[in-house]
Write a protein that binds this ligand. Structure first.
Ligand code: UD1
Length: 312
């Protein structure tokens, strides 16, 4: 029975990973400092996990968290483009320094593999679509730079210390438990909760920006595959985790009107600084090396997510 350490276990992705791993009969340890994660996300599993309230910036705490661990799923982050534009130092501390701490602790504990929550924002706003891993990255926001720098650290730890690492470039992961309440929350969590209340969602720009929105179960599956794929195929590398299809915010708003019985209009405002316009992934590398295939499509993911928020 393998032991997984999940950093950021109080987040919506971290807590979803924990549930999936427990349901496979494996063991979970988790750390979170609750800067963006929430206790309520792990309330239903707290008796089944070894939870430690700790900051990834605390190297001693990371050393003790990594002891005896097989796989580290490093999800802890301040996961916001606009927040990083306002506070680049804070973004760097959590998203780069924190990652290096986790890597040092994982290396010293001789864990089998570290899988990292990297970001599609590394590609930037270059016109080529879909984005594939061989493209030269062109990050715009401090957040995107931090996530890309962390990827390079993962590859470096594989090259210098033979610590097996895999970076998963997430494309707009969404689903139940994503926090809708902060100004930095993901757009779908905000749209769904606002529209269920019958209020107007805010669209920054003309709404024609598009994203390869990826339902959480697909990201969970990619992490578990990344732990088990042969090292020769994956170690030191990065992979897109997405669906291979993009949807605009205007199209998403219309779909959500049907699902939430909302009848109003969105309010359009100025574009947000640091944003990219379009995002779409080529997922063939992950398909070939990880055996990844998105199992839940956008519409089904939206339905499940709306149902979850409605039941809250
Ligand atoms: C998201 C993730 C980021 C991840 C990246 C790639 C969040 C909070 N951010 O960034 O961690 O690395 O995908 O996977 O999940 N928008 C509105 N109205 C709103 C909120 C947002 O119009 O109320 C717009 C934004 O201006 C942007 C788009 O929706 O054009 C998506 O924004 P957001 O959900 O914050 O995600 P990304 O910035 O793409």
């Amino acid at each position: 029975m393998a032991l997984y350490l999940i950093t950021g276990i109080g987040g919506f992705i971290g807590s979803s990973l924990a549930r999936a791993i427990l349901s496979r009969g494996e063991q979970v340890r988790g750390v979170d400092n609750f800067s963006t994660g929430k206790r309520e996300n792990i309330a239903d599993i707290q008796d089944r996990i070894d939870f430690r309230e700790a900051d990834i910036a605390d190297l001693d705490a990371m050393h003790s968290a990594c002891a005896g661990v097989d796989f580290v799923l490093h999800q802890a982050a301040i996961p916001s483009v606009p927040k990083s534009v306002l506070d680049p130092l804070g973004s760097n501390r959590a998203n780069v320094d924190g990652t290096v701490n986790v890597l040092v602790a994982a290396r010293d504990a001789k864990v089998k593999r570290v899988v990292f929550a990297a970001s599609s924002s590394a590609y930037g706003d270059t016109p080529t679509l879909p984005k594939h891993e061989a493209m030269k990255p062109d990050p715009i926001s401090p957040y995107a730079v931090a996530k890309l720098a962390s990827e390079h650290y993962l590859t470096s730890f594989y090259r210098c210390y033979q610590l097996e690492t895999v970076s998963l470039r997430y494309f707009n992961i969404f689903g139940p438990r994503q926090d809708p309440s902060s100004p930095y929350s993901g757009v779908l969590a905000k749209f769904i909760t606002v529209m269920l209340r019958g209020e107007q969602p805010a669209i920054y720009g003309d709404g024609e920006q598009s994203r390869d929105f990826t339902y959480i179960d697909n990201a969970v599956e990619a992490n578990l595959l990344a732990c088990k794929a042969p090292a020769a195929q994956v170690a030191g590398q990065m992979f897109n985790v997405a669906t291979g299809r993009r949807v605009t915010l205007n199209e998403t708003f219309k779909l959500l009107q049907g699902l939430t019985s909302h009848t109003g209009h969105p309010k359009y405002g100025p574009e947000r600084g640091g944003d990219i316009k379009h995002s779409l992934a080529d997922i063939s590398k992950a398909e070939a090396a990880l055996g990844y295939k998105p199992k839940v499509d956008f519409e089904e993911g939206l339905r499940r997510t709306v149902d979850w928020y409605r039941g809250k």
